[in-house]
Design a protein around this ligand. Structure first.
Ligand SMILES: NC(=O)C1=CN([C@@H]2O[C@H](COP(=O)(O)OP(=O)(O)OC[C@H]3O[C@@H](n4cnc5c(N)ncnc54)[C@H](O)[C@@H]3O)[C@@H](O)[C@H]2O)C=CC1
Ligand SMILES: O=C([O-])CC(=O)C(=O)O
Length: 308
């Protein structure tokens, strides 16, 4: 199993590290445009192999795509992150060109690859990948909802004063400060609905804190987060690589599901060896349906900024 990670920055390196530590891939290629940068990250990570007991070979590449040839899975994290006060959507001017070029070069070397888009604005750049490269829709996946759901579970655990591992919850919709739709009515603590323990006001705060999860960390760190994003990407990669058929909310191209068409947005999917093997249609309540519709309208507005 060969995995390529484009972008050896904060998220790319974190994701490569989690993939290596989980020890399910034979090779991870990290590629960056900065001279020697990916090679340096690869060497540093390889020097953790004896300590962390993994056998994954990590290789760095300065913009040489031949090293990525025949990758099973490729992750695109190349591009700029936001700074405090910015929205993800403001990154489109620089990141659209980068993602288009990178996706094209990856597919030239690996025509059967499954592509995971991480660079922001993620839903729009996942849509861009759909419109510009020749891969079936099940092989183009946007990562956002898995991270947003992990943050939702973190905030729920905080409110419930329990470990995050006791909590289940999902966030669908666009990966944006306003567009996320945390599904509080479906969230549980070990099968008991969290609505049994938390009142509407507390749940509203949990949802609002979840939606601004990325912005909160960007303000604290001066750039956006990387540990939870890297861990979320590695979970998607593992579900595909090991054909685990786990369910994650991912940005995927919709053709009528949830009443939505011609956009990529976060909805629950089953991830296995064929990428997105199924889009799961939940029975949402009216409030959640309306929020998803509004979120889709905002994603479509950002999509209009693309030069397709
Ligand atoms: N979808 C999600 O949930 C998340 C998305 N992100 C996004 O991921 C992206 C990366 O974030 P960070 O890793 O923090 O940024 P970073 O600045 O640490 O790393 C980005 C790397 O991309 C490289 N790069 C730029 N252009 C390239 C090209 N044409 N080819 C190859 N490499 C290129 C840069 O040299 C740099 O090393 C940002 O757009 C950020 O907004 C970050 C966190 C979560
Ligand atoms: O907040 C950002 O810009 C990066 C990101 O998507 C996240 O951490 O959710």
């Amino acid at each position: 199993m060969k995995v390529t990670v484009v972008g050896a920055g904060a998220v790319g390196a974190s994701c490569a590290e989690y993939i290596a530590i989980k020890n399910f891939a034979s090779e991870v290629v990290i590629l960056d445009i900065k001279e020697d940068y990916a090679e340096g990250k690869a060497m540093d990570l390889m020097q953790t192999a004896s300590l962390n007991k993994f056998d994954t070979k990590i290789v760095g590449s300065t913009n040489d795509y031949s090293k990525t040839a025949n990758s099973d899975i490729a992750v695109i994290t190349s591009g700029i992150p936001r700074k405090p006060g910015m929205s993800r959507e403001e990154l489109i001017g620089i990141n659209a060109g980068i993602v288009k070029e990178v996706a094209t070069k990856i597919v030239e070397q690996s025509p059967d690859v499954t592509l995971i888009v991480v660079s922001n604005p993620m839903d729009t750049l996942t849509y861009l990948a759909h419109k510009t490269i020749n891969l079936p829709k099940n092989r183009i996946i946007g990562m956002g909802g898995a991270l947003d759901s992990a943050r939702f579970q973190y905030r729920l655990a905080e409110a419930l004063d329990c470990p995050s591992s006791d909590v289940q919850g999902m966030v669908i919709g666009g990966h944006s400060d306003k567009g996320m739709v945390p599904l509080a009515s479906l969230a549980t603590r070990n099968s008991v609905r969290v609505t049994e323990y938390l009142d509407d006001a507390r749940l509203e705060k949990v949802s609002e804190d979840t939606k601004v999860g990325g912005a909160t960390l960007t303000k604290m760190l001066g750039t956006s987060a990387w540990y939870a994003p890297g861990a979320a990407v590695s979970a998607l990669v593992q579900s595909i690589a090991c054909d685990q058929k786990k369910m994650f909310p991912c940005s995927t191209y919709l053709e009528g599901e949830y009443g939505l068409n011609d956009l990529c947005i976060g909805v629950p999917v089953i991830l296995g060896k064929d990428g997105i093997e199924k889009i799961v249609e939940l029975d949402l309540n009216d409030a959640e349906k309306n929020k998803l519709k509004e979120s889709a309208e905002a994603v479509k507005k950002t999509n209009e900024l693309l030069e397709l």
